[in-house]
Design a protein around this ligand. Sequence first.
Ligand code: CBY
Length: 432
Amino acid sequence: MRPSHQLPLLGLLLFSLIPSQLGQICEVSKENCSYLNPLVNTMVNSNYIKGIQSANILLTLRLVGIQNQRLEQQLTQQIQEDTNRRESEITSGELALVILALGACKNLDEEFIRDAHLVSKLGEKFKAEIENMETHSGNPLTNYYQLSLALLTLCLSDGSYSITNVIPYFTPENKNYYFGGQFSVDTGAMAVLALTCVKRSIEKEKIEADKKDLNKTNVYITSLVNKILSAKHDGLFGNIFSTGESMQALFVSSNYYKNEGNCQETLHTVLYNISQGAFHLPIAAAQILPALMGKTYLDVNKDCSSVCSPVKFNISTDKPVTVTPIISPSYISVNYSVQINETFNSTRVTVRKGSVFLDVMKAAQKQNEAAFRFKTEDSPWGPYIISVQDIRANNNDRTYWELLSNGQPLSQGAGSYIVKNGEYLEVRWSKY
Ligand code: CBY
């Protein structure tokens, strides 16, 4: 064969040997890095974030190559102290994030992971999730987003898990991918990342598996990717808060972003939302930023840097200024009700303009303690309503307090959603 004929053939062969060619990255261009400034500032100024919640922030800072030693040290220390203190109550997904963050991008904190045996402890947590499913009608202790995070981390840290035992739980038919009958895009995206890691390990023969396991893994990935793509509107997948992790899932497992138009559509909408302040919560910023810089959680074991790094952000370390209005505040009034099965308790409350859902709940509680008393728990996304009238949400029964406005479920939590005059707000005892 003449050399001119061999060359394209060789190229074809090489191409087919590189599996990562499948995915296509969609990231902001170098000139546009400054659009990401608000996200970085939100994360860097997130000093008030406590303990394990910082793991998501540290993971992102490292993954996208933002170097700020003082901040990294502070976050690392917080995470380690909290992991030691809360060891038994820490959940599978939290521990997974701790391992991912501390181990990210080849740094010295790996020692802590090893000395505290975090990976084998994660293996135990994962087992406990599966055992709970066996004894509580298929319901895990936490949820499939966390189970996926745990599988992803076990896979990336060469932890022990049996493919043949684990894979069947991740079939796209499993009810845990759905909340109230609707596909949870966040959950699906995290599962695609985990299953793609597993698939690559099988292909590299890093783990033992038979052909059937590999086939199943491929089928599940394809089906989950299709569900994510079906949840698309205006370039977003699910909603704005599930889009970052969906982009990561699409990068590693589909050709969707081979089409430049698809990429521009997503970036355009996300950058617009950044400018509108949609990512004011540090966790929201941390979950979208890696994808915008062309990174996925599967990159944690590599040396990390990105288009925008070494980061040329003008990181301001000042606390954001809260504006106090000089003119007397104006008030709005809203309707608020608590629904338990067929029973409604309704009222009308007056709150300051700019108040959030939680302020309305507090005002109602003040009016009528018996009907409207409630309790919250801190979560990375702000206060989570854990009980109303002492009726408590329970993962084993898949019960929770759902937040609605004018009959529609909200896509923000009680501490973030800003209420409008005349709105009908509701907390409803629901099953997911
Ligand atoms: N993280 C987790 O374990 C959470 C996983 C997650 C899929 C998460 C969304 C996605 C993410 N990126 O973190 C999730 N929500 C879950 C699993 C749940 C269930 C929690 C119980 C369980 N089994 O673990 C449940 C009950 C179905 C649920 N979310 C409820 C709610 C409502 C909370 C109301 C309340 N009682 O306070 C609410 C407000 C929906 C509603 N209308 O009632 C809700 N979730 C929302 C809006 C969200 C989004 C938050 C967006 C925001 N800006 O505040 C979310 C990002 C998230 C957090 N939920 Co849930 C989804 C989205 O809109 N894209 C891992 C751990 C280590 O931290």
